[in-house]
Design a protein around this ligand. Structure first.
Ligand code: ZN
Length: 609
């Protein structure tokens, strides 16, 4: 910084020498008439002596000569403290003491210099030397006083009050550096100026973590380009994954490192890497893999980090898994996808052994819950009532989707607990807004075995009615895409972009299992409706589409659209407590059937519909 100031002074005096005009008068308005006044002549003489001090080694080595130089200006100032030359004299005094401090390293000179520059801005805020004084003060506080906060305040004065002054560009670049190195907040004016007008704000990092999984979400004010780099562990640094957000800015208060310490990640560090790049660094403890993707409206980047997976399954288990896949009535999706998800579905040989033992011990141990008796690891179910708070979801016939699904979730939870002995967690228990990616993160970090997202459908045509159940997958079906776009609160156009990367994201998903869970629950509801007098509800079937809330879910995960709020008859059902009770009971029934069929798989039998 010292260099910057010296450089600036050099230009200043270089120019003075070339033109023969006193430097301060270059900065002041050039007024030939003032040149004739005695004050001006004395000022020129004082300036001449100062220039000699600058250039003559012999003169400048004596402190007394510098004090003489300062007296020259002080006398002129005291003779007419309100003259046009007054601010120039004070400015020169500030400069002389600054030079003296550089030369003799006496703190009193530094303080003297600062007080003269402060006099300029205090007494002559409209002088053309005011911004130069602020800049000098910024430099002195930054480099000599080691006070970047205070320095930032002086540079900010220039941005906020001297935007047309010649010091503006230099103050701007100083602030950019301060912002990076010392977390100094940038003034608003700078954020909207040309150099910053295309920068997006990166918001504070959010995360959800467990010992097997961590989800990190980074929101930005606008869609931004980003790229990630994975660096291996070195001698003195941990492995790390960093993500650079281009043309972005993060406010200093959001830059503190966030400790995670969950066994996967040590911490997350966020900083302004360069004037227009924000870098988020994940310091890695031990991870198996990660997935990174962005979601629109609002733009956010999601990073799913997975811990080490169990040892590879035995051949016996692989065979069993193939049998299941062959008998899967859905035969949904890309066979490649199913193959990819297999590895995740299999239990370790060790785990299988334990599970079988549990099943065998059922008759002798009455305390076991059904979940334990069935022995499949369905111990935790996360129910996700869609929407909430500022997001009402679909509306019609005086009903709001957010209220219906919350009531349904609250009705469903105790039945699941009582009948299946599972731990049941709701993503929300009140009328609050929760972002979609947070709902999945809750299910993953709670190690849920099943994820049920509850919704109510809507359609532009009030004739459309019925029940449909979804699981996550690519889709080419326009109607399914429309429903997903509605639930994702985005456009189908945005989602078709997402489809391109969905294949990769879904490597950790349980698509086959999700499809089976969807079919089982869906059938339970539809069958019961027929038997219980709701024979007119329409079976729209099990479908697949890219629902954000299901992306990254590590357990079988489905989304239910129980009825159309936009259809009169469906809406009437939604208001009918008996209908809602039937839905709850049949969801539980479906989960139970799913658990039983999974147990059958574990016993080595093939699963049939
Ligand atoms: Zn919904």
């Amino acid at each position: 910084m010292k260099h910057t100031i010296s450089f600036y002074f050099f230009i200043f005096f270089g120019l003075s020498l070339l033109t023969g005009i006193p430097g301060s008068l270059l900065a002041e308005q050039w007024n030939p008439e003032q040149q004739e006044a005695p004050g001006n002549r004395r000022y020129d003489e004082a300036k001449f002596y100062y220039n000699q001090l600058q250039t003559s080694q012999a003169l400048s080595s004596s402190r007394d000569n510098w004090l003489k130089g300062s007296r020259n200006f002080r006398r002129i100032y005291l003779a007419s403290p309100k003259s046009a030359l007054a601010p120039s004299c004070l400015f020169m005094l500030g400069r002389i003491y600054s030079n003296m401090y550089e030369k003799f390293a006496e703190t009193r000179d530094l303080d003297e210099s600062i007080s003269y520059f402060k006099d300029v801005v205090r007494l002559f805020p409209k002088s053309r030397l005011a911004d130069d004084s602020y800049f000098a003060l910024g430099g002195l506080y930054l480099n000599e006083k080691k006070n970047p906060q205070k320095a930032g305040e002086f540079f900010r004065e220039i941005i906020n009050n001297y935007s047309t002054g010649d010091m503006y560009p230099q103050a701007e670049s100083q602030l950019k550096i301060l912002s990076q190195e010392h977390n100094i907040a940038l003034p608003k004016a700078m954020m909207s100026s040309k150099s910053f007008d295309r920068l997006s704000y990166v918001l504070p990092v959010k995360y959800w973590s467990s010992d097997k999984y961590t989800r990190i979400v980074i929101m930005a004010s606008n869609p931004v380009n980003y790229n990630e780099v994975l660096l291996g562990k070195t001698k003195d640094r941990p492995a790390r994954l960093y993500i650079d957000f281009k043309k972005s800015y993060i406010e200093p208060q959001y830059r503190a490192p966030v400790p995670i310490e969950d066994g996967l990640l040590k911490r997350i560090r966020t900083g302004q890497f360069s004037p227009d790049t924000v870098r988020v660094v994940l310091d890695i403890e031990s991870i198996e893999n990660y997935k990174i993707f962005s979601l629109p409206d609002p733009f956010r980047v999601v990073i799913d980090v997975h811990g080490k997976t169990p040892p590879p399954p035995s051949i016996k288990n692989i065979k069993r898994d193939k049998t299941v896949a062959k008998h899967n009535p859905q035969k949904q999706g890309n066979p490649q996808l199913i193959a990819r998800t297999k590895a995740k579905k299999m239990l370790t040989p060790d785990g299988t052994h334990k599970q079988n033992k549990l099943v065998e011990s059922v008759p002798s141990n009455e305390k076991l819950s059904l979940a334990q008796q069935l022995g499949l690891g369905v111990r935790t179910i996360v129910i996700d009532p869609g929407h909430g708070g500022k997001d009402p979801g679909a509306m019609g016939y005086g009903l709001k989707e957010k209220d219906i699904v919350l009531a349904l979730a609250k009705q469903l939870a105790p039945i699941l607990r009582a009948k299946l002995g599972c731990k049941v967690i709701l993503t929300r228990e009140t009328d609050v807004f929760i972002p979609l990616e947070e709902r999945t993160a809750i299910a993953n970090t709670q190690n849920a075995d099943i994820f049920l997202s509850l919704h109510v459908n809507a359609h532009p045509s009030n004739k459309v009615r019925g029940i449909e159940t979804y699981f996550l997958n690519l889709s080419t079906n326009a109607e399914a895409m429309r429903v997903a776009a509605m639930e994702n609160a985005t456009s189908t156009h945005q989602m078709s972009d997402l489809q391109d990367i969905l294949l990769d994201i879904m490597k950790n998903s349980k698509i086959t299992e999700s499809s089976r869970l969807a079919q089982t629950i869906h059938n339970s509801i539809v069958d019961a409706a027929q038997n219980k007098g709701y024979s007119n509800i329409k079976n729209l079937g099990v479908k697949q589409a890219p629902f954000y809330v299901l992306i990254g879910a590590q357990m079988p995960a489905i989304l239910l659209e129980v009825a159309f709020i936009t259809n009169k008859k469906d809406a009437k059902n939604l208001k009918d407590p008996l209908f809602m009770k039937m839905i709850s009971q049949e969801i539980v029934q479906g989960v139970q059937l799913y658990m039983e069929s999974t147990t059958a798989q574990l016993r080595g039998q093939t699963w049939v519909e």
